[in-house]
Design a protein around this ligand. Structure first.
Ligand SMILES: [Zn+2]
Length: 673
């Protein structure tokens, strides 16, 4: 775009610019400053700008000087506006006129125009400021005053490059006439604008010509505004508010509170991360407190079983899958609080459910070889939602293994809300919707019902016809090998495995009780442990030999018949954390009604293994009394103390010293086979 076009465009937009006619600008060089006829001068007495045809000049009543070089000027042809070649002008002493004289005279003329007009149009003043959130994200704020036409009571050329305007209320405005001043204050609180007034041609224009050309001032730009401090403060406040609204900054009170608990020497970046998490956690808490409910995703437990290896390629290759699920649930909340966990200042949210707490209902689907078999809905539920639900708010990191372990140990329903699922900038409304209504972005990390449901699903699969058929077939395959070893030998294997299993768990249980510190607590041996599997194989072998029942919970469970008889036999606790057989016997005397039907077995064992010889007189007395109580019940035919016969045969194999007494059938229930 050439300058001609620029002028036209600017005019068309209703503005005007400070520019002389550039019709032929490309062809004709601009006026030579040294030869421009100088028509403006300073009145030496008043300092007022004077035009060559002003009355004071034509009457010869004013002394004039150059506004730039301060030399005296001589009016030539003053008051003769029609004269050309030469035209009226102020003359420097011979040869003294410099480029600068013309430029400053032009500025002087423009200032007089401004003063005569009596006002100046100031553009809007806009200031921006930024704030950085805890997340590192920047937030912008801005404030502005509008465009303003202000009156001018005086306008004087301050020096060659600046003018000083005085407003009716006494405020001052410095006008930089070079157009090049940098933004910033002068340290005196004065407002400063800059506009480019550097066209020497103005120096030879009449007031009318100047008025015609310069209807408005050219581009005017703020360097400093009277209200800058207030504007900056407003812009900063807005930036901080924007960060605050994005939940990425907090106020001084929160900071003071946070700072109180901050460990010394914490890396600043970690501290920022903690601030952000702490802030989001309290937002989530506040949201839940206000909403008094939370939508949670469904629970889901799945167990898959493949055909035993023994059958691969030989028999059926069935895959069983069973899955228990619930719909998503909206939980009513009574209370929410922030947890201040020891060793960590990052709190989680703890929710307490409002009574009556909902029951957990789901449905179970069974699939055989990928084909749907059946769906069974829970018709009743004995499981209420636990009173406490934990919420883990994750921002970027998820949950590490150590935290997961602690959550599992607490065994409370724990829901993760992933703020990262919101993507990008977090808003209060977005967070509220996520926390209260969404199931996306939420995940159950742990739920106490999982373990129970898994056990139920495992039991269901155990009873599934496919599993039963597999087990029967496997038992058939094992049978010849089991029968190849005599029952008495399996009995020894069985008792050794039972002793090993119970002893190990007694030791582990003791270690768990005394366990402290961060590491994982030791875990009890389970049904997949080697001694247990050996125990079960021996029980199966005994059954194959015609002595069933050795795998039953009454026999091998905690405080079962086997651990009690072993304790009496060896005069030490087996499956009991006791030192002597008497201590175990003492525990047996206190066992509940369900166990009393087996009580006749223990005096037989005491007799068979000579435990009485180890009693103190006092113990012997108490034992005799307990034993007499059993005899009385048996004599009275009290069924609570009469023993089902089903384990007598296998006990006779396992404890041969008891066999003769068992064979007599004393204390055996007549109702049992
Ligand atoms: Zn001069």
């Amino acid at each position: 775009m050439n300058s001609r076009q620029y002028t036209e465009v600017a005019m068309a937009q209703g503005s005007s610019i400070w520019q002389v006619d550039t019709d032929t600008a490309p062809a004709r060089p601009g006026p030579n400053a040294a030869t421009v006829p100088l028509k403006w001068a300073h009145d030496s007495r008043t300092g007022e700008p004077r035009y060559i045809h002003d009355p004071e000049i034509t009457e010869g009543s004013a002394e004039c000087q150059c506004p730039a070089c301060n030399l005296s000027l001589t009016p030539v042809l003053a008051g003769q506006p029609l004269r050309r070649n030469p035209t009226a002008h102020f003359r420097h002493p011979k040869g003294a006129q410099k480029d600068d004289c013309t430029l400053v005279a032009a500025r002087l003329a423009a200032i007089r125009h401004l003063k005569e007009r009596g006002f100046i149009d100031l553009p809007r003043r806009r200031m921006s400021a930024s704030a950085t959130g805890f997340s590192g994200q920047g937030y912008e704020g801005w404030a502005e005053t509008g465009e303003e036409r202000i009156s001018i009571v005086s306008a004087v050329l301050h020096d060659h490059a600046t003018a000083l305007l005085t407003l009716p209320d006494g405020r001052e405005l410095i006008v930089d006439l070079t157009g090049q001043r940098d933004a910033g204050s002068d340290g005196h609180g004065r407002a400063i604008v800059t506009l480019s007034l550097s066209d020497p041609a103005i120096a030879m224009m009449s007031p009318d010509e100047i008025r015609a050309r310069l209807r408005l001032l050219p581009d005017i730009r703020w360097c400093a505004h009277w209200n800058d401090q207030a504007l900056h403060a407003a812009a900063s406040a807005q930036a901080r508010q924007t960060a605050h609204d994005a939940m990425d900054a907090w106020g001084e009170a929160d900071e003071a509170l946070f700072h109180r608990d901050l460990p010394p020497d914490l890396a600043p970046s970690i501290a920022q991360q903690w601030r952000r998490e702490t802030l989001l956690h309290s937002e989530v808490k506040a949201i839940l407190e206000q909403a008094s409910q939370i939508t949670t995703p469904g629970l889901d437990v799945e167990v898959t079983r493949y055909a035993p290896d023994e059958f691969s390629g030989e028999w059926e290759d069935n895959t069983l899958r069973i899955q228990w699920m619930t719909a998503s649930a909206t939980l009513p909340l009574e209370n929410t609080q922030l947890e201040q966990r020891q060793g960590s200042i990052v709190p989680d949210v703890i929710c307490t459910l409002r009574e009556p707490r909902p029951y957990i209902y789901g449905f179970t689907e069974t699939w055989l070889d990928g084909a749907f078999e059946e769906l069974i809905e829970d018709t009743h539920s004995s499981q209420q939602w636990p009173r406490t639900v934990l919420i883990e708010v994750t921002v970027t990191h998820g949950i590490d293994q150590e935290k997961l372990r602690r959550i599992r140990e607490l065994n409370l329903p724990t829901l993760e809300i992933d703020i990262g699922s919101l993507g990008g900038r977090v808003t209060r409304e977005g967070l509220r919707h996520l926390v209260v209504n969404e199931t996306v972005g939420k995940r159950w990390i742990h739920h106490p019902t999982w373990r129970l449901r898994r056990q139920i699903l495992e039991a269901e699969l155990d009873q599934h016809p496919v599993t039963v058929r597999f087990q029967e077939r496997l038992a058939e395959l094992r049978r010849p090998r089991l029968l190849a070893t005599p029952a008495s030998e399996w009995g020894l294997i069985y008792l050794a495995a039972a002793t090993e299993f119970h002893d190990a768990n007694t030791r582990i249980d003791k270690a768990r009780r005394t366990h402290i510190g961060e590491g994982a607590a030791p875990v009890l041996l389970g049904k997949d442990s080697e001694p247990w599997l050996r125990l079960m194989e021996a029980a199966e072998a005994l059954a194959a030999h015609g002595f069933p029942g050795a795998a039953d919970p009454e026999m091998v469970g905690i405080a079962g018949i086997i651990s009690r008889l072993l304790s009496i036999q060896h005069n030490r606790g087996v499956g009991y954390a006791f030192d002597t057989g008497y201590q175990v016997l003492n525990a047996i005397t206190q066992s509940g009604p369900g166990y009393q039907q087996w009580h006749t077995l223990y005096p037989m064992a005491v007799k068979a293994y000579g435990l009485e010889a180890r009693f103190t007189p006092k113990q012997a007395e108490r034992y005799a009394s307990w034993r007499q109580g059993i005899i009385d019940k048996v004599d009275a035919g009290d069924e609570t103390h009469l023993r089902p016969a089903r384990y007598d045969a296998v006990l006779g194999i396992l404890f041969p010293d008891m066999a003769p007494r068992l064979a007599k059938g004393y204390g055996r229930s007549l109702q049992s086979r």
